[in-house]
Design a binder for this molecule. Sequence first.
Ligand SMILES: [Zn+2]
Ligand SMILES: [Zn+2]
Length: 136
Amino acid sequence: MGRTNLFECPKCGYRAKVAGGASDGVRFTVQTIQCFECRELHDAVTSLKVAIPRLSDTSAGVQLKGRPKPIKDPPPFAAVLNSLPLPARTRTRWQKFKAVCPVSPWHRIREWNQPGKCPRCGIFLEGNAIPFRIWE
Ligand SMILES: [Zn+2]
Ligand SMILES: [Zn+2]
């Protein structure tokens, strides 16, 4: 189970809804990052369960339509959270991603783990004891 927590800055009022570190779900894992360009905390998707194309799918008919392209850039957290589960008998594998800023992979980031400081003013953020959201 992964969880999203609400963090608040007591000084500047910055609020972030992030995991607050590494968090594992059934279908994906995230790592909270601090982006120096956005001056925000983000949850970066660091691995995702993806379908392995079945051998029979590569037979002539299907091949014309093209095989699913491998995912290169990590999808944003909201996209994987809202994506439909893979069909029950799909063969899957874990694809790993480097943690990057969801706004731009070129932004400078570092991992952020609670307790951590506000990306705006550098005061320690206060975490809420109750998770904001729990996801699978
Ligand atoms: Zn602050
Ligand atoms: Zn950024």
